[in-house]
Design a protein around this ligand. Structure first.
Ligand code: GLN
Length: 487
């Protein structure tokens, strides 16, 4: 009876705590709004050091100041930005977002706050002189952008890149002949690289506005009223004008020799503006995620393996075994990128949860499936006689499993487990899909700022390689030690 009372007391406490946090969250949400943006879009949103700055950021700051609310910025892939606002992952999108009829069907737009146009960027001396010439060449665009839609519907099938800067790097590397992009970032990119020009003929005129989930009318009204006010008192124009004036990164004189150019590139890619920090910070995130995911993977994978082999060996735990098998089939049958996106956008869709945590869970759950099968194969590879011997000595099934079977199984599967961790470590490089700044994304940000693909990509590859070599070395040592214990 006493136990029952204690249990109900504990339950009541938990419920109250849950309710209190829910209320808390409600209160925070009325004051802090999350904003989705893709922060490689200067001068609207871009990184200065590790901070996101730009026209959209300043407009939001001003709206926040006037209404005593706060905006939390979320850098994310541009092609998931509309989904993010629809699913409630973010409250607003402010990302130099063009108003289009297709998008209007999915989301509500505020009034427009800036005019823009899609322009054509080409290498100096290109045969492309205007829109008509685009039909004959390879055109690069930013995936999911209004430029992408326009070119696809009216001109040709373009090559799609994650952002405008990467499309321009591709043009620098000779992969495409022209890039169609919004005029303001185009000007910034052209000023930042050598030998590129913007053609005078624009592809299409556009308007930028912020986007909200349909039905989020209070926020929409607040944004519209404040944007009206800011237009009337000249603040809006002043913010845009100030950023446009600053929107010309200095181009540096290029060295003549190959070695000189490499040294210059090295300086711009890593030393200038402390860009090496993107790699260092990214490395930390990558290691954090991989470590946590490996732990989740081992723990859960181990449990699944034990359930499955117990079912195989003794015929018990049939129901649990069925669930485990379904889990393995689903996890191993679907790509990890899709799992990551589902976990982030659907399962944790409207929960304000750290992206690092989401990634740890996603990779952990995924790895568990592979670890489970590796460990199970280890258990099954131990001679059946060992179990029988243990049992006939009077040991229980559990004890025989724990002290006879599992240690041998573990030793057998160590190389395969090591392999799984190596794969896991490298697999985390897809974190950029949910705009997590891991090592790979760190390299992407550098590329988007310097338009140099070569050094950042090699640096990222070299860092992964070093980590994998270190991991292999440690695993080999562990294997040797286990072998020594055997004798
Ligand atoms: N204006 C373009 C669009 O809305 C690109 C915006 C961006 O890349 N941030 O599609």
């Amino acid at each position: 009876m006493n136990r029952l009372r204690a249990l109900s007391l504990a339950l009541a406490c938990m419920l109250t705590a849950l309710l209190l946090t829910a209320c808390d969250r409600q209160e925070v949400q009325t004051r802090t709004y999350t904003v989705g943006m893709e922060a490689t879009f200067p001068p609207y949103e871009f990184y200065r050091g590790t901070e996101i700055v730009g026209i959209d950021v300043d407009i939001l700051k001003e709206i926040g100041r006037r209404n005593q609310v706060q905006f939390k910025l979320e850098d994310m892939a541009f092609d998931s930005i509309i989904t993010a606002v629809q699913t409630g992952k973010v409250d607003v999108v402010a990302s130099g977002l063009t108003v289009t009829e297709d998008r209007r069907r999915q989301v509500n737009f505020t009034r427009s706050y800036a005019g823009a146009k899609q322009v054509i960027i080409v290498p100096e001396g290109s045969s492309v002189k205007g829109v008509d010439d685009l039909k004959k060449v390879r055109v690069g665009v930013q995936h999911g952008s209004s430029g992408d839609t326009y070119v696809t519907e009216h001109i040709c099938e373009p090559e799609r890149y994650t952002n405008g800067a990467l499309a321009i790097s591709a043009m620098n590397a000779g992969k495409v002949d022209a890039v169609v992009l919004d005029n303001a970032p185009a000007e910034n990119h052209v000023a930042g690289s050598h030998g590129l020009i913007i053609l005078p003929e624009a592809v299409v005129e556009e308007e930028y506005a912020m986007a909200l989930r349909k039905g989020n009318d209070d926020l929409l009204t607040m944004l519209n009223l404040t944007l009206d006010e800011m237009e009337a008192d000249g603040t809006l124009a002043a913010i845009i004008e100030r950023h446009m004036r600053e929107n010309t990164p200095e181009t540096e004189q290029q060295a003549d020799s190959m070695a000189g150019r490499l040294a210059d590139d090295f300086r711009t890619d890593f030393v200038k503006n402390e860009r090496w920090r993107y790699l260092a910070d990214g490395l930390l995130v990558t290691v954090e995620i991989a470590l946590a995911a490996a732990l989740i993977g081992i723990a859960l994978g181990f449990l699944i393996a034990v359930v499955r082999s117990t079912a195989d060996l003794t015929g018990r735990l049939r129901v649990l075994d069925w669930f485990c098998r379904v889990y393995l089939t689903v996890v191993r049958g679907t790509p990890i990128v899709v799992q990551l996106l589902i976990i982030y956008f659907v399962i944790f869709g409207s929960v304000d949860i750290s992206k690092v945590l989401v990634a740890m869970v996603a990779f952990g759950l995924n790895s568990a499936a592979y670890v489970a099968e590796i460990i199970r194969s280890g258990i099954m590879s131990v001679d059946r006689g060992q179990m029988e011997a243990g049992r006939s000595l009077g040991l229980s099934y559990g004890t025989t499993m724990r002290s006879v079977i599992l240690p041998q199984a573990f030793k057998n599967v160590l190389p395969a487990l090591g392999n799984e961790f190596i794969v896991l470590l490298k697999e985390t490089s897809i974190c950029g899909y949910i705009a997590l700044q891991d090592l790979t994304k760190g390299g992407d940000i550098i590329r988007s700022q310097t338009y140099d693909a070569f050094l950042p990509l090699f640096a990222v590859a070299a860092i992964y390689l070093c980590m994998v070599m270190l991991l292999s070395h440690m695993l080999k040592k562990l294997e040797l030690r286990l072998k020594k214990n055997e004798r």
